[in-house]
Design a protein around this ligand. Sequence first.
Ligand SMILES: [Zn+2]
Length: 111
Amino acid sequence: MSQNLHRWIPSQLGHGEAMCARCHITNREAAVLGRLNACSQAANDLTSHEHLVLRALSGEFEVALAAWVTAAFEHLAAVGMCTNEPPYIITDAGREALAAAKASGRVVLDA
Ligand SMILES: [Zn+2]
């Protein structure tokens, strides 16, 4: 399974029918650019949404279920940072990634 495929969710951008939860390209943009199966967001480079969901999994707060949350869970599971099925549970790899992201200042702590 390639980890650099887009993770399509319903578009929240007002154009296109779907958008990638990781790189934010829409299905129409991706089609025009010939990038329907090539996400520019590296699999091991977590997005701000994925950091937020990792923080929720570590018990800092709760997030309401939404399409982007589900997409974040699915990606985190694909890269081994949480368990594969609901209820998602953060793994040691997830805790380490979150700690590293916090230490490097890539996580905005008051988000
Ligand atoms: Zn993408």
